[in-house]
Design a binder for this molecule. Structure first.
Ligand code: SF4
Length: 481
C-alpha cells in the first residue's frame, strides 16, 4: 500500500464531487483496466485513489492520497493480479484525509473479504453507525460507506436470499455502489438514482463506472445505466440483476448538477450527452439574456459547451479568453501565504489580445461563493475588456447538497445572501444573467420530477435533518483561501 501523509491545501470556489467508481469483471489484468478507467474519472475526485483486485481466491489492494498517479505508481498497479477489480477516486473532507478512509474499503467478516466503493452521501449514516456501535461493532474508518459493511455483517442479513438488497433497504440518501468479493462483482444504485452508474461490455467481461467516458478509454461498449433501486451481480455464471427496491417515494430524482458541472462533456449521463445538454443551457441563456457584445468566451472547461451554445444562438463569435493550465487538476497545492489572485492566475490566464477593447459575454457553469469568479473577471478588466456580461448556466445556488456534492453552508453561498443585482455589483460586471429553473429543466429530457434540484430550490427529495446536523459538526470552517 502506498501511503502519503502530506496535507493538500485547497484553493477552490467550486462545488466538489466526492467520488468516481469503476468495477471490472472477467478481464485479464483487471486492475490495469480499472487504473486506466480512473484516469477518465479523475475529475470526480483528486485527493485519493485506490484499486482492489481479485484472482478468484486472493484479494489485494493498493491505495494512497493524491491524484491517481501520485496515489498509485505503475509498479503498485502491476502487482495486483486478477480478473476482477474495483477502483475509486475521491475528494475527501478534512476528516477523511486519513489513509484508512481511502476507498475501496476492504474488510473481512464472517462471510469472507469484501471491497466496497461508494459514490454519494447517506442521510442516515449516523443513526446506523450509532446503532451498530451500540451493539459493540468497531468502525475502522469515519466514512459513511463503512455502514454498508456492518449491515452486511449483521447476522440478520446473513443467509437471506439477497443479502445486499436486504442491507440497502436500511440506508437512505445517495449511493452508487460497487461491492467485490473474491469471485463476484456487484453494483447497486439507490432508489432515487441520485448519482450515475453505467454498465458496459468489454470482450467477454463487464465494466461498471460512474461515467461513460471511462468506457471510451477502455474501448468498452456501453450497455445501459444501472437502474435506480437495482442490484447487478456478475460472476462466472454470468450477469443477473433485480430490483431490491422500487423507485423512492418521490420517484427518480437524478442530480441535475451532474449535467452542469461534474460530468465530463464526452459522457452520456442519464441517457443524454452532457455536451448537448450544456449547449442547450447556453442557447437558453442567449434567448433569456441577450447582450449587445462583440464576443463570447467561456471559463474553461465546464463553461465551454454552454459558451458554444450561447454563441450559436446569439450569432456572436466564440473566442478563447482564458487558457487553462492543464497540469494542475481541479485542486492544487499552493503555499498558504500566497494571495488568491495569484492562485487563480496559476489555474487560468487571460488571452489579453482576445478581450482588449471588447464587449465580452463570459459564460461559466455556476457561482458558489463568488470569490474566484470575481478574481477572474477582474483579470479580464485588467486585460482591457470594455464591458463584461456574465452568464451562468445554473440557477443561483442557495442551498447545500446532502447527497454527495460538497457545497459550503448556505451562509457562504453568495446567492443565498445577496440579490442578483448585489452579486452583479460584487462581481463588477455590466450585466449578470443566471439560468432560470425553467430554463435548466428545458435543457434536459424526461419529466421535470425525475431530477433533483434541491441546491437551487431547497426542496430535498430525501429527508436530511440528520445529515444537516452531522455535517454542521464535521465541516471545517470554509475559507476563501
Ligand atoms: Fe445534485 Fe444539487 Fe440535488 Fe445535490 S442538491 S443532488 S448537487 S441537484
Amino acid at each position: 500500500m502506498t501511503e502519503h501523509t502530506r496535507t493538500r491545501t485547497h484553493h477552490w470556489d467550486e462545488p466538489r464531487d466526492k467520488c468516481g467508481i469503476v468495477g471490472v469483471f472477467g478481464c485479464e489484468n483487471a486492475a490495469r483496466l480499472a487504473y486506466a478507467a480512473l484516469y477518465a474519472l479523475q475529475h470526480r475526485g483528486q485527493e485519493s485513489a485506490g484499486i482492489v483486485a481479485s484472482d478468484g481466491h486472493n484479494i489485494q489492494s493498493v491505495k494512497g492520497l493524491g491524484l491517481l498517479t501520485e496515489a498509485i505508481s505503475p509498479g503498485d498497479r502491476g502487482e495486483l493480479p486478477g480478473h476482477i477489480a474495483v477502483g475509486h477516486v475521491r475528494y475527501s473532507t478534512t476528516d477523511a484525509k486519513r489513509v484508512q478512509n481511502i476507498q475501496p474499503l476492504v474488510i473481512e467478516y464472517s462471510q469472507g473479504i469484501v471491497a466496497i466503493a461508494h459514490n454519494g452521501n447517506l442521510t442516515n449514516a449516523r443513526t446506523l453507525r450509532e446503532l451498530y456501535e451500540g451493539r459493540g461493532s468497531i468502525f475502522q474508518t469515519s466514512t459513511d460507506s463503512e455502514v454498508f459493511v456492518h449491515l452486511l455483517a449483521d447476522p440478520e442479513h446473513i443467509g437471506v436470499a439477497d443479502p445486499l438488497g436486504e442491507c440497502l433497504k436500511h440506508v437512505r440518501g445517495a449511493y452508487s455502489l460497487l461491492l467485490m468479493t473474491s469471485s463476484r462483482l456487484m453494483a447497486a444504485r439507490d432508489p432515487h438514482g441520485f448519482r450515475p452508474l453505467s454498465l458496459a461490455r468489454l470482450g467477454e467481461g463487464y465494466v461498471v463506472a460512474s461515467e461513460t467516458c471511462a468506457f471510451d478509454l477502455l474501448d468498452a461498449e456501453f450497455v445501459r445505466d444501472v437502474e435506480p433501486g437495482e442490484v447487478i451481480s456478475i460472476d462466472q455464471s454470468g450477469l443477473k440483476s433485480w430490483q431490491f427496491a422500487e423507485p423512492g417515494e418521490c420517484g427518480r430524482t437524478q442530480c441535475i448538477f451532474e449535467y452542469i458541472y461534474f460530468s465530463r462533456p464526452d459522457s452520456v449521463l442519464f441517457g443524454e450527452s452532457v455536451h448537448r445538454v450544456r449547449m442547450r443551457l447556453g442557447e437558453r441563456l442567449a434567448q433569456d439574456y441577450p447582450a449587445d457584445a462583440d464576443i463570447v468566451i467561456s471559463i474553461p472547461h465546464s463553461g465551454d459547451s454552454s459558451a458554444l451554445g450561447y454563441a450559436n444562438k446569439s450569432g456572436l463569435p466564440l473566442d478563447v479568453g482564458f487558457v487553462c493550465n492543464r497540469y494542475i487538476g481541479r485542486t492544487f497545492i499552493i503555499p498558504p501565504e500566497e494571495d488568491r489572485s495569484g492562485s487563480v492566475r496559476i489555474k487560468l490566464n487571460v488571452v489579453a489580445d482576445t478581450v482588449r477593447g471588447k464587449r465580452v459575454v463570459v459564460v461559466d457553469d455556476s457561482i458558489v461563493r463568488g470569490t474566484t469568479c470575481r478574481a477572474r473577471l477582474s483579470m479580464l478588466r485588467k486585460a482591457g475588456a470594455k464591458e463584461l456580461h456574465m452568464r451562468i448556466s445554473a440557477p443561483p445556488i442557495c442551498h447545500p447538497c446532502y447527497y454527495g456534492i460538497d457545497f459550503p453552508h448556505s451562509h457562504e453561498l453568495i446567492a443565498a445572501k445577496q440579490s442578483v443585482e448585489e452579486i452583479r455589483q460584487y462581481l463588477g460586471v455590466d450585466s449578470l444573467g443566471y439560468q432560470t429553473a425553467e430554463g435548466l429543466l428545458s435543457a434536459v429530457s424526461g419529466p421535470d420530477e425525475q431530477y433533483c434540484m434541491a441546491c437551487f430550490t431547497g426542496n430535498y427529495p430525501v429527508a436530511v435533518q440528520e445529515d444537516m446536523d452531522r455535517l454542521a459538526m464535521e465541516r471545517r470552517p470554509w475559507t476563501d483561501a
